[in-house]
Ligand binder design. Sequence first.
Ligand SMILES: [Zn+2]
Length: 252
Amino acid sequence: MAKHTCAICGAEVGLLSEQKLADGNYICRKVCSKKCLKIFDKVEATLDSVNSHIAQVEFGTKAWEQIFVPLTKTKVKEEKMKRFGKNGELYVSPSTGLVAITENRYKIFIFGKTTLACVYRLADLYGYDYESEEVKNSEGKTETKHFCILTFHNTPGMYQVRMEIRAGEFESMAKYFDTQFGIQKTLGNIRNTFKQQMDAAKAIAGAIGAIKDGTMDESKAAETVETLDAAQYGDRTEWIAKADAALATVQK
Ligand SMILES: [Zn+2]
């Protein structure tokens, strides 16, 4: 039997104690795999992405303990968090501009649990999509599982989160995020959306004019992209400032 070594801690691993990664590396199941959240797809991961994810969980767990745990007890209305997910594992904190995906680990024999977390800036959430899966339950009957796929930009480690949610929950999640970002899809708000689109169109027209007379520069191009992003994804400047201020307080 071929023996391998864990690419992170160097422990010797075998068929039952190893986890093979997509790039051919192995990591140990006993210690290093457990540093990843269960929803992190290790089979598709490379050693680099596993290392980034482990760093993300280490920092996220500290941010969870220092920022989110106190907020779970808040009596201030503006600081209340929103929870989503089949077991409420996703916490959204509008007052800090942060999002946490949590996983509880229960200790056998000892009463109590520990919580691991990945913490994201709400401003980096660029995609929320729905997916369903047909599965056979223990009685052989087909049932539908519901998932939400969250995609975060500017995020090393786990940047896409596939999380099980309750039936019908996706609509309220999407509506909640759209509202936070000021993305309006209802007819009642069409005027506002139209104004954002006009601003975007003007910026593009300006940029195209600049290309024609050869004065297009990088800052003009970046501005155009930002205006387009703001029209499609909402203006996130304030969300970024809030989140960065909160994250800067985390003691490592
Ligand atoms: Zn290891």
